[in-house]
Write a protein of this length. Structure first.
Length: 618
């Protein structure tokens, strides 16, 4: 006999009683009794519905229980510097809270907890409903309004915003953006986007100095393919960053071809007076095709002819609409899909001019690259609705704050395509791959007529400058930052004294020293020059031991030294960013810490070189 006999209740009464039953076996007995008795369809549906709800609830609790012991990673097994990137890959707040609990129960490191808590706060901010009463439309640009309404999912609230705009500035562009958001959230059919109008037609009263340039207009409905790598050379050889880029391009395009089931290539570009012999090296480091142009006048970098040659190669075989192109038998597309340049002095110059000539964008000084689809909602790119952009090169670079990374995307506008997607790469960002001498590739010479006007400036004599300071080969680097501000000269003297404690060490500085207005005595001033700067726009070092004193840890500095085997930081700020990626962090004033460290080294009390090798420092 069941505890609850369904025959004693009407269907409505039975539904109410079922809410109090939490035992699956009991519910199954009630269901059997109903089927053997009155067998009312609405009653059996109600019992089955309650059964399903209890089973789903039990399954959810089981998953939660399993999840508690199945974290994406154990924070206790990772250094502080490794935690940030791993936490940024976690998209679930409950998982983040579980990671925070695990850290508190284990190492309980303040920087790690701060990173996880910041990630949790970010999700909380994203989940907050925006207060539309605080939106002052009259003080906002159309773009600001477009971004703000992306967080509003209530059609009535959006219509109220349109009414407020009509009562105020009454801008058609703003009302169109809000209406587009209404259409998106309420599922109305997406309106046709207005055709793109060239700026010279839209604003005929303005000057358009680039309108007639040979390569300035983007292709419409063009076809794109391959990843191109401009390979810089020096003294008859590839520079290391060229090898880095070829290896990274090979890695990305292998993944690209697997993901998109395609067969696109890595294309190396060589320009100079005697570069054909380097084609074999390019293939060995990852290129499928090498396109080169030689001319005796290109023995040294000249931005105008170099840019013209690279642009000619990029559009070789394309039809910009004004000329009959010469066919390129080795390719079947109009322009490269992607292009990489080195972020060297010459590479920065060339990349900006080439991308401008090809009417596309450039993410400069990148240290991370990957290809994947991106779902974007943007007032200009998508009209405010979500749209998937395929095969997008994600270009990671330090942002202007100096303490965060930004990922740059080069996306098409409606009716206008922006290719190639371009990036310049900071030297040292990627590993140089081992060459494969057995690889085979195609080598193509491009014949370009070089205008004499591009060589109006002739260099008749060269002076050999001193080679400068090379910090890259030392076992130990002592780097100084803004923390020397109380006594700049004394700070640099301490750096030199500390470096002298090691057999193979030298002194570097952060950008803050180079660009600051510090006054140094003559005997140390040479050690504060720009040639000793470490970071994004300076040298990239990988010593066994890196001592950073008075350096906050901006990303621009980090990219120049974070491959060091052991990093020891000295800083008065316990929350300094450098703490997150240091192996050892000393909270203190460098003017107090460094003298004690020097005394300990000179007295044999501590062996920091052994520490860098992973041994006992005492």
């Amino acid at each position: 006999m069941v505890a609850l006999d369904p025959a004693d209740y009407s269907v409505d009464e039975l539904k109410a009683e079922l809410e109090e039953v939490d035992d699956v076996d009991e519910l199954e007995s009630i269901l059997a009794a109903e089927r053997d008795g009155k067998n009312r369809k609405t009653a059996t549906d109600a019992i089955e519905g309650r059964l399903e709800a209890l089973r789903d609830e039990a399954a959810g609790e089981s998953e939660d229980s399993e999840g508690d012991g199945d974290l994406p990673f154990d924070p206790g097994e990772h250094d502080v510097s490794e935690i940030g990137p791993k936490v940024n890959d976690v998209e679930d707040v409950d998982t983040l809270r579980a990671l925070l609990d695990a850290e508190e129960a284990g190492e309980n490191r303040t920087p790690v907890k701060t990173v996880i808590e910041s990630r949790i706060e970010k999700f909380a901010e994203e989940d907050e409903e925006p207060d539309t009463d605080e939106l002052d439309l009259a003080e906002m640009s159309a773009a600001d309004v477009g971004n703000a309404v992306q967080d509003i999912d209530d059609g009535d609230v959006l219509r109220e915003l349109i009414d407020r705009e009509e009562d105020g500035e009454n801008r058609d562009s703003v009302k169109s953006l809000i209406q587009g958001r209404i259409d998106s959230v309420e599922g109305e059919e997406e309106q046709d986007l207005e055709p793109d109008v060239p700026p010279e037609e839209k604003h005929p009263d303005l000057d358009h100095p680039t309108a007639d340039k040979r390569h300035v207009r983007a292709l419409e409905d063009g076809s794109f393919g391959d990843m191109w790598v401009y390979c810089e050379t020096q003294a008859g050889d590839l520079v290391d960053v060229s090898r880095e880029m070829l290896g990274k391009a090979r890695e990305m395009m292998d993944g690209y071809n697997e993901t998109y089931e395609d067969e696109e290539n890595v294309v190396a570009v060589l320009v100079g007076d005697d570069v054909a012999g380097l084609a074999e090296d390019c293939v060995a480091y990852g290129a499928d095709v090498v396109v080169y142009h030689e001319d005796d006048r290109l023995d040294r970098f000249k931005h105008k002819p170099y840019a013209e040659v690279v642009c000619d190669m990029a559009r070789w075989g394309a039809d910009p609409g004004e000329s009959n192109p010469e066919p390129a038998d080795w390719r079947d597309y109009d322009e490269p899909r992607y292009v990489l340049f080195p972020a060297t002095n010459n590479g920065r110059d060339l990349s900006a001019q080439v991308q401008a000539e090809l009417d596309s964008g450039l993410a400069s000084d990148c240290s991370g690259l990957y290809i994947e689809d991106a779902v974007i909602s943007n007032p200009v790119k998508t009209g405010g609705s979500n749209r998937t952009f395929e095969r997008v090169l994600h270009m990671k670079r330090p942002d202007f704050s100096g303490f965060e990374y930004s990922t740059i995307l080069c996306l098409d506008n409606p009716g206008r395509e922006f290719h190639p997607q371009g990036a310049s790469v900071i030297p040292g960002s990627f590993d140089v791959p081992d060459p494969d001498p057995e690889r085979e590739g195609e080598v193509v010479e491009r014949d370009v007529d070089l205008d004499d006007e591009w060589f109006r400036v002739e260099v008749t004599e060269y002076d050999q400058l001193e080679g400068g300071v090379d910090l890259t080969g030392h076992d130990v680097i002592v780097a100084m930052g803004r923390g020397i501000g109380d006594d700049p000269t004394r700070g640099m003297e301490l750096a030199l004294d500390l470096a002298n404690c090691f057999e193979d060490a030298d002194v570097g500085v952060s950008r803050g020293i180079v660009t600051g207005s510090y006054q140094f005595d003559g005997h140390v001033e040479q050690y504060t020059a720009e040639e000793r700067q470490i970071g994004e726009t300076g040298q990239v070092v990988e010593p066994d031991l890196y001592v950073a004193a008075g350096i906050s840890g901006a990303i621009q500095h980090k990219v120049g030294m974070d491959e060091s085997d052991t990093i020891v930081a000295v800083n008065t700020d316990p929350e300094a960013d450098i703490r997150e990626f240091s192996d050892y962090f000393v909270e203190g004033d460098l003017f107090e810490v460094l003298p004690r460290l020097i005394d300990a080294l000179e007295g044999g009390e501590i062996d920091m070189e052994a520490l860098a090798d992973g041994g006992d420092s005492r």
